[in-house]
Design a protein around this ligand. Sequence first.
Ligand code: NAD
Ligand code: TDX
Length: 408
Amino acid sequence: MSERPGGAATDQAAVDPPAPVDALRGPGADALPPAPHLLVTGGAGFIGSCFVRQILARGDGTRITVLDKLTYAGDRANLAPVEADPTQAARFRFVRGDIADPTVVDPLVGDVDAVVNFAAESHVDRSILGPEAFLRTGVIGVHVLLEACRREAERAAAGTRPGPRRRLRRAPRFLQVSTDEVYGSVPVGHSHEDDRLDPRSPYAAAKAAGELLVRSYVVTYGLDAVITRGSNTYGPYQHPEKLIPLFITNALDGQPLPLYGDGLQRRDWLHVTDHAGAIEHVLHHGASGETYNIPGAAERANRDVVAALLARLGKPWSLVRRVEDRPGHDRRYAMDGSKLAGLGWRNRVSFEEGLAATVDWFRANEQWWRSIRTGDWDSYYERQYGARLAHGLPAADIASGPGPNEGR
Ligand code: NAD
Ligand code: TDX
């Protein structure tokens, strides 16, 4: 985002209410008060629940309220470690509800120092089958959250926003969790934060629309907001619809692995603990109005990821089927991470150790993924893969020849 918060606030100062104090904080300072109260929307999903588990396990006084609709992708079991620990549970609250419902959102935002929005429909293939839910959560839902933050910023500016211990609360900071997919397919080089947005799936378009709304609230209302764009994330508790957990769980069951097209599409893999950690870092240290890429530094062709996970499982490549490609399939994502590095963040988990641990986690947590591969799973699987697998081909030709990365 090229607008700097100071510039936007100055242009608007004559006509707008006073800028919230948060917008005036200098770079490097912690944007949140000590022991903040966070509203984490979508906190029962894959990355959001990791963010919640990681922060509460640290026991630094942070309180968290999770607001989650519990769609097919949300699972309270992802928060079980928090709820089972009395010390963590005392600083945690779960509310089931929709971010697009202001009657639920407004009172929750009234009581927090920051809103971290993970809530989204997150699977590209499902957005191709049915885009509407993506727009409702990704556009209307984001708008409802932003409106609530705007009202709270006005209360803070008027000195009528009560906080703990009879002190006034600052305006809430808003963090929108976005994705590398907003850049579209990147044949060469690495995307920088100011590059043009070129979303190519309904999922990516909804995420780009959400970002643009956030940006408009920063410019127009002086809202204190930051955006992160994370790359392909993997790790424990990921829904088995996504590439890595789908292929691990299918392989454990001896089922075919549906590899789209030639398997040479490239993704940059980011471990979920690093993604959650980077989001928390930007929440505290990001400059208002700015966007930060969160790359993984592990660019791999899909076929090489599949070969690596099969090797860890001790399963044969013959399970892989070459199936009809995803329509509009983005060939490659790759982001530049120097802006985030400049903020002092470094990833900690290498792809090799992260993938091995993820494979082992799925092997050890069969009950978790089996309970998710129920309900609408079979009908989704049939719609997405039935015809593809019926016409699928052996993938021996894709496996042969030296790949750009090892792992076979
Ligand atoms: P996920 O599908 O595992 O979790 C999404 C969560 O949001 C679920 O718990 C779901 O119940 C909840 N939710 C959905 N609609 C809601 C609504 N209207 N109101 C309240 N809750 C709702 O997704 P994830 O993989 O954890 O992704 C989290 C965020 O990170 C998303 O915004 C996604 O776009 C973004 N992201 C994901 C990746 C990735 O590789 N998984 C990479 C970059 C960015
Ligand atoms: O069955 C499959 N076969 C296959 O070849 C699936 C599910 C995927 N793929 C390919 C498509 C992609 O090239 O694997 C790659 C990864 O696919 P996904 O796991 O569906 O992820 P992707 O589409 O890259 O999007 C992910 O990263 C960005 C997340 O799902 C998004 O939420 C995130 O924003």
